[in-house]
Design a protein around this ligand. Sequence first.
Ligand SMILES: NC(=O)c1ccc[n+]([C@@H]2O[C@H](COP(=O)([O-])OP(=O)(O)OC[C@H]3O[C@@H](n4cnc5c(N)ncnc54)[C@H](OP(=O)(O)O)[C@@H]3O)[C@@H](O)[C@H]2O)c1
Length: 301
Amino acid sequence: MVCMDLKGTTWDVRGKTVLITGANSGIGKATAIELARRGACVVITARDMVKGREAKVEIEASSGAPVVLRELDLASFRSILQFASAFMSEYPTLHVLVHNAGLILSTRGETEDGFESTFGINHLGTFFLNRLLLPLLVKSAPSRIVVVASDAHKSARGGLDFDDLQSKRSYNGIRAYAQSKLANVLFARHLATRLAGRGVSAFCLHPGVVATNFTGDGDAGGLWGFFFKWLRPLLLSPEKGARTSVHLCCTPGIEDISGGYFVKCRLATPSKAASDDAAALQLWEISDALCEESALPSFDF
Ligand SMILES: NC(=O)c1ccc[n+]([C@@H]2O[C@H](COP(=O)([O-])OP(=O)(O)OC[C@H]3O[C@@H](n4cnc5c(N)ncnc54)[C@H](OP(=O)(O)O)[C@@H]3O)[C@@H](O)[C@H]2O)c1
């Protein structure tokens, strides 16, 4: 698929290159359908290419537009690096990056690089992907980064546990998820500060409580698994859950509120812990160091 270089035009998603992680399911898939329908050049990623191919067929049928599928496993720095290198050689521009992929896990696991999986996938893998693609986003400015966080970040009341980011001392799936979503909000806010004046905006959001595969494929047992299964008919549809992501991808004139946290397409107030600039900087530096320790490229932003 050939996407035009639209540098300098007013904000309109038509013809823009939009990359959405974890778009084989749920909110990501619904976001892809809507953006493809609106004329964006949509690239979706999946960690499981069988699921990815099924989703591609469904997205194309529902939107009436072609989308591109690429493999990306955020639990593997090797996969992230391979994906980003191939993407950058294939695409001259990236106008919108939607960090959508995420999960909750009932038992503690580790990524290929030895990081606790919830932190490793929801935050660190996302952070590393972002680092690799940032030069392309800057080159493509005006551009946007949209991070699908969650109101669950509010339950991490004491803030990020910097002494145990990897939940080595003890593991609780809901706590690890809340911490990772707090990391998402801190990341987006700090990113916006770093990118000020470069034409790249960063936003984060809570999509609502949405009937997706979240918790549904063995990702979480316990109360949350029960909640999502039995209350499913009462939850938002994926299409409604995608509205705030789509809003942040498409709405012109929101660059001034870069760094904002959005709920129901409106600017909202994140938790006190998520508004802690010192914590956001500390998380950024730790994340950078963890990427560097893994002997992987980093860029000076
Ligand atoms: N549903 C809600 O109520 C809710 C509320 C607040 C926030 N959120 C957030 O919304 C986002 C989307 O979730 P969803 O509700 O749409 O759930 P979903 O249907 O399970 O979709 C999550 C997507 O992330 C992908 N993913 C998981 N681990 C990955 C990895 N290691 N590498 C790459 N992709 C990976 C999944 O792939 P597989 O299909 O292979 O697992 C799937 O495509 C998440 O960030 C979630 O935290 C959801």
